[in-house]
Design a protein around this ligand. Structure first.
Ligand SMILES: Nc1ncnc2c1ncn2[C@@H]1O[C@H](COP(=O)(O)OP(=O)(O)OP(=O)(O)O)[C@@H](O)[C@H]1O
Ligand code: SF4
Ligand SMILES: [Mg+2]
Length: 327
């Protein structure tokens, strides 16, 4: 097991009151595994990613839970140790590459800084010129790996001279250059047009296989999960409500929410009527008691409105729903 998140509870303190963003998130990720995390907007996907990196904003608090990475609870680490983990072992790629590239510096400067501060081999070199030369070579090599055209020229450019897809490739190259054990990609390809998105996902897949990396792939696009992940986790109102083998979850979903998500998805293989999930996602300042999905669920019964459903194993998937057990 590389990453094990257990009963993670995160709150935000806002002028509206306390936002109960994560309400007991649990999932495991093995070495070399790609886990897709899906769910409607506001379900807590990004807050989960930020919690793992311990990069939550100042108004948030991890109330309880564990995030065990390679045997160590990240929530117990000093900030200094956490910085090392962030730089070298867990890399994150976000949706909006502009935010993570500084517009006033050329790509070369930003890429070399990442390597000089985080790559142990380059960091250890006393001769600064030599360190710079090796870092440059490594940057070029990594840009070639992400199939960047003319990498030497790209390194001399400013971020605004690159397209969205090129910027995302630069960030991918930076993230993978440190050979992390875990990559968290939070809607990393959502802003790209479909053909570029497919290329970037293909590159991510190749790099993942080459180094046997673990990937937490966050997306609201179930098609992306079907094509790129071995396991799928579905989040609703700050909790994973179903997790299992990707084929099982997407072909024979167990949780009424997962079933609803799939019914709302356009199909090209057969003609089916699209049915949206009635109602809206609950306000997490005032979440419903019991199962958070109970106000929208066609099968809700009395217990659903009062007690949070425990996890049950159902045909290989883990589901939080009273239809499959729990009292
Ligand atoms: N800085 C913040 N202050 C207050 N509440 C926040 C903050 N960031 C997130 N939240 C709340 O936490 C909950 C989870 O948000 P999160 O960003 O994780 O959703 P998400 O699943 O990533 O959605 P999306 O698909 O839109 O990216 C939401 O209710 C959101 O309003
Ligand atoms: S626990 Fe109850 S309300 Fe929640 S999804 Fe299952 S049947 Fe529906
Ligand atoms: Mg998000």
């Amino acid at each position: 097991m590389l990453l094990s998140v257990r009963d993670l509870i995160v709150e935000f303190y806002t002028y509206r009151g306390i936002v109960h963003a994560l309400n007991g998130v649990s999932f495991d990720l093995d070495k070399g595994e790609v886990l897709g995390l899906a769910g409607e907007t506001g379900s807590g996907k990004s807050v989960t990613a930020f919690s793992i990196q311990r990069l939550l904003p100042a108004n948030a608090k991890i109330v309880s839970g564990k995030i065990v990475f390679d045997g160590v609870d990240l929530l117990e680490l000093s900030e200094e140790k956490m910085r090392e983990i962030r730089g070298q072992r867990i890399a994150t790629i976000f949706q909006d590459p502009h935010t993570y590239l500084n517009p006033v510096f050329k790509i070369e400067r930003q890429f070399l800084d990442v390597l000089k501060y985080n790559d142990p081999e380059i960091k250890a070199l006393e001769n600064k010129k030599e360190a710079e030369r090796i870092a440059f070579e490594k940057a070029v090599e990594m840009l070639k790996k992400v199939k960047m055209p003319a990498p030497e020229r790209v390194l001399k450019m400013y971020p605004h001279e690159l397209s969205g897809g090129m910027k995302q490739r630069v960030l991918l190259a930076m993230a993978y250059s440190l050979t992390p054990d875990l990559i968290i990609a939070d809607e990393a390809t959502t802003a790209l047009d479909v053909t570029i998105q497919a290329q970037v996902l293909e590159i991510m897949k190749e790099l993942q296989k080459e180094k046997n990396l673990s990937v937490l792939l966050i997306t609201h696009d179930l098609g992306v999960i079907a094509e790129n992940c071995q396991k799928a986790a579905i989040m609703y109102a700050g909790r994973v409500v179903e997790i299992g083998d990707v084929k099982k979850v997407l072909i024979s979903p167990k949780h009424p929410y997962t079933q609803g998500l799939l019914k709302a998805l356009p199909r090209t293989d057969k003609e089916v009527e699209l049915v949206g999930i009635p109602g809206t996602v609950p306000d997490l300042v005032n979440p419903p008691t019991g199962c958070a999905f109970n106000l929208r669920c066609p099968y809700a019964k009395e217990i659903c409105r009062t007690k949070v459903p425990p996890y049950t194993l159902e045909e290989g998937s883990t589901v939080a729903c009273y239809l499959y057990g729990g009292k």
